[in-house]
Design a protein around this ligand. Structure first.
Ligand SMILES: [Zn+2]
Length: 390
């Protein structure tokens, strides 16, 4: 096939590039105009761009039934309050919403998803999905005396995941620094150290997380008090939550920090030399907090970036290209090729799938995404352009 621009991702974009694939999607050749075998008469022409399949590094498939149920701009505090009110729905509605969300992701070019699961609702869908999944079985619990039960119930969910015929890969993980005890953090880190996996954790999605960790005050503290899980006996560490995580998580563990909306340079001290990855979820950040992370800071500091959609409770769609468009719209100096590197190759590397996914290198089966109505020059991400798998 031929396109105005092909983005191999592991090498610079090719104007009028030609991609030769086998019937099952394996890359056989990637040709520049004039190369031997470059035959216009044989190639299907796609007006626009062709890029490899996307990796969605952060999703909550099981929350898909909550689409359009929480208004935007509530702040994380208001969001959690609303979520507590409406989380129940009948099993058929939940299952149908999960299947639709999985189909939406596939149709819009996603080939691999890092998905947060608190329970087993998404497992049947995953077993039959065309998408590959890594499931993070997420635990939380602020009190140390709940750590053992949270850990053991998580192990039970993980065992059910491991019984699937397809898409059984995954590991235990933690919700956020403000929702876990140090004991639970240690149990989950020990589990990952022994059995492998990635520690995915929501990081600094709200500014009030900083107040809680620095002084034990602020809106998040009030929220935890109102929910009856903070009684004033916990002592604030006096450092930011990200610095606290840096102290508590062993260096050997790969960490995926999700959101990073309020992360500052001082929070990143010590993280730059670790196996740490930052996931950007701009759609959810704008939906909940009406603000985006300091992405330019992360680029300047050479952090490894990946992209996620978060859930349909906090986003209007699960389409990685729409997340790319949001970043491009707000940070117009970031080249399109760099955005595809985050969405494709970095995601593949994070989940150790780079032998198969992430770029158009010969021998890989990365999936094919057609970006229609795209800039023929291969530079600008147009607002009206659209992604679909082919
Ligand atoms: Zn999330």
């Amino acid at each position: 096939m031929l396109a105005d621009v092909v983005f191999p991702v592991s090498s610079p974009p090719i104007s009028k590039g030609m991609l030769v694939c086998s019937d099952d999607g394996m890359v056989l050749a990637l040709l520049h105009p004039g190369d031997v075998g470059y035959d216009l008469s044989e190639a299907a022409y796609y007006r626009g761009w062709i890029v490899p399949g996307f990796v969605n590094a952060h999703c909550h498939l099981e929350l898909s039934h909550l689409k359009d149920q929480i208004q935007t701009g509530t702040g994380l505090d208001g969001f959690v309050e609303k979520l507590m009110d409406i989380r129940q729905n009948d099993p058929d509605t939940i299952a149908r919403a999960i299947l639709n969300a999985d189909a939406e992701m596939y149709d819009t070019g996603t080939v691999f998803v890092g998905d947060i699961s608190n329970g087993t609702n998404s497992f049947q869908c995953k077993e039959n999905s065309k998408i590959l999944y890594h499931t993070f079985v997420e635990r939380f619990g602020f009190h140390s005396d709940k750590a053992d039960s949270a850990y053991h119930s998580g192990k039970q969910v993980l065992e059910k995941l491991q019984q699937l015929q397809h898409n059984h890969r995954g590991n235990l993980t933690l919700h956020a620094p403000y929702s876990v005890s140090e004991k639970l953090l240690t149990l989950v880190c020990n589990e990952i150290s022994q059995h492998g996996g990635i520690l995915s954790i929501h990081n600094q999605e709200t500014s009030t997380e900083r107040d809680l960790f620095l002084s034990g005050k602020g809106a998040l503290t009030s929220r935890l008090e109102k929910m009856g899980i903070y009684d004033g006996n916990w002592s604030a560490p006096g450092i930011s939550s990200l610095q606290w995580l840096h102290e508590k998580i062993p260096d050997s563990i790969r960490v995926l920090l999700v959101h990073n909306t309020f992360t500052e340079l001082s929070d990143l001290q010590g993280w730059l030399n670790r196996d740490a990855w930052l996931c950007l979820c701009p759609g959810a950040n704008l939906y909940i907090e009406s603000r985006l992370p300091d992405i330019q800071l992360f680029i300047d500091e050479k952090l490894r970036l990946v992209i996620g959609t978060d859930s349909l409770a906090s986003n209007t769609q699960l389409n990685i290209y729409e997340e790319i468009k949001l970043i491009a719209l707000n940070f117009p100096d970031i080249p399109a090729a760099m955005l595809f590197e985050w969405a494709c190759l970095n995601g593949a590397k994070l989940f150790e799938m780079q032998h198969l996914l992430g770029s158009f290198d010969v021998g890989k089966k990365p999936g094919l995404v057609w970006i229609s109505d795209a800039d023929p020059e291969g530079k600008k991400i147009f607002k009206h352009s659209k992604a679909q798998s082919i």
